[in-house]
Design a protein. Sequence first.
Length: 320
Amino acid sequence: MRWYRSIKIMIGFIGGTALAYIFNLDFPISAGIITILNLLDTKKASVNVSLRRLISAVFGLGLLYLLYEIIGYNLISMFIFVMIFTPLAFKFKAKEGLIVNIVLGSHLLVYHEVTALHFANELVIVIIGVVIGLVLSFHVPQKEKLIQDLIVDIDEDIRKNLYGISLSINNLCSIDEDDFSIEKLIEKIKKAKNLSIEQMSNYYSRDYSYYYEFFQLRLNQIYRIKYMKERLNLVFVNQDQARLLSHFTTKLSVVFNPDNDGTELMNELVGLRQSFDALPLPTSREDFNEQSALLQFIYDLEEFIQMKIRYVERNKIKLL
């Protein structure tokens, strides 16, 4: 939503600069610039960065004062400040304060002295930028509806892929990969994961981590489907056992949804695998290849369902 961020940048710059003018501060435009620097995409990131920027500003102003008083109000002092402050900023994970402190240092260089009034002027500029930046950053568009729509969309695509596989096992049709594109679906899930991360980072009072874990589950499952399709494409399957797996995969595609915990499906699949284990050993190379492919497909299905069972187990409380 570039337009939304653009509007916040405009409001932040104008608001910060105007407020500095109202307080009759020197270098009021700097307040607008610092406001823009504090406009981040998530609330948590904005709070963390703003605190680090405020603390580093206090430390930076103190260091600048010492250097200017000892060495003099000249560019050499400024260069030495950058040489000292930069490694410290990276060491203490406060690199966000580097640009702000350079700006503040240039102001003091213009003054050619540092008084309590000058110190206060610079500190208030930073506070204005931080506060307005935080206020604007805390206004974020709600993404939960979009995330829930993506869940429905992604699950429908996975169902289509599962149903396509069930047909492919019996060689009832050729699957058009444009309609069942795994790569496009992977990109869609990754986009949903990024949205879930933003949602997690925008709220302190509610835990939205289950969305992130859910999309990670779907990503793992779609990679498993990718393996299934690759393995089945290697062998032409034509035996009675294939129909059993085809029927089970069709059922899996029908009941596949966020509310299904996978337990009943796993029990059914275990019984199906036991029936396969009881089959006589293959007598030809072709039968061996086909039976191996089907057994491997069963193991893939087991892992596919186990992923959901493990996810439900990890998120029992969140899913209540």
